[in-house]
Design a protein around this ligand. Structure first.
Ligand code: KIV
Length: 302
């Protein structure tokens, strides 16, 4: 597997091979069937059904509110749309780390009920034992350290992690712990670029950066941020590669105007029936009462 478009399901072995061959790759989030199709068709090798779902799709103010049932529902939709990409389901707040048995059971649901091929778990040293247990059960895990949004209440906000000596050392220890626990990759979120590079150099699994500079093994972004669909605050680390929100608004307005003006639906978007059949149903002769043409005059009151 190279950076070219996959022709079969991407596996964690393919991700490891790309990393060993120094192939840098882009990954992205998706939350529904049509978007997953588009992302998959673009040749993106790994799709994360992130719990960012809660904030960018469900309108919650924090990812902490996302339930496992919501995650499974959206992961299923993405898995149906992604024919080749490795689908990673994000384990939501408290669905892991409370008890080892429950962590494995919940991780397993992403594979058996939602057809993901792997899960993602937040936390470094604090989650290492959980990651190891899930991996031992045969479920691939992607780690996530740095800014871990589920712990935002503990971290005191969405801010860059690892700037002080102490927290930089902690992040390096977190990265090593996640690798040691058996994760196949690790997300570095909101980490200074130099520290992300140092971590990447010390690991033998791919680092997947978001707000972590250009020197990670791969990049991940929240799809709404990079296609121009995010409403309100867009993080500094996201670049808008399109204006899907504007295109959507223009399309909805054009549809509204066409309906109001009587331009839509027209003949091309309508079906017709045999006039004789309709005349019989209505109990009249086709000669007496020709049916209205599809070009309906719109001078009547609505
Ligand atoms: O939930 C999410 O989308 C994530 C990415 C930001 C890595 O965790």
């Amino acid at each position: 597997m190279s950076a070219s478009k996959p022709t079969r399901r991407v596996t964690i072995a393919d991700i490891a091979r790309m990393y060993e061959e120094g192939v840098r790759f882009a990954t992205i989030t998706a939350y529904d069937f049509p978007t997953a199709r588009i992302v998959d068709e673009a040749g993106i090798p790994l799709i994360l059904v992130g719990d960012s779902l809660g904030m960018v799709m469900l309108g919650y103010d924090t990812t902490v509110r996302v339930s496992i049932e919501e995650m499974l529902h959206h992961t299923r939709a993405v898995a149906r749309g992604a024919r080749h990409a490795l689908v990673v389901g994000d384990m939501p707040f408290l669905s892991y780390g409370v008890s080892e048995a429950e962590s494995v059971e919940h991780a397993g649901r992403f594979l058996s009920e939602a057809y993901a091929q792997a899960v993602k778990v937040e936390g470094g040293v604090r989650s290492a034992r959980t990651i190891e247990t899930i991996v031992t059960a045969g479920i691939p895990v992607m780690g996530h350290i740095g800014l871990t949004p589920q712990a935002v209440n503990q971290l005191g906000g969405f801010r860059v992690q690892g700037r002080s000596k102490e927290s930089a050392r902690r992040l390096i220890a977190d990265a090593l712990a996640v690798q040691e626990a058996g994760a196949f990759a690790v997300v570095l979120e909101l980490v200074p670029a130099e520290l992300a590079r140092a971590i990447t150099e010390r690991l033998s699994i791919p680092t997947v950066g978001i707000g972590a500079g250009p020197w990670t093994s791969a990049e991940i972004q929240v799809i709404t941020d990079v296609v121009g669909l995010t409403q309100g605050f867009t993080p500094r680390h996201a670049r808008r590669f399109g204006e899907v929100g504007e295109a959507l608004a223009a399309a909805v307005a054009a549809y509204r105007d066409a309906v109001v003006a009587g331009d839509f639906p027209g003949e091309a978007e309508s079906s017709s029936m045999d006039e004789g059949v309709l005349a019989e149903v209505l109990g009249r002769s086709t000669l007496d009462q020709p049916s209205e043409s599809l070009a309906i005059p719109l001078d009547r009151d609505l």
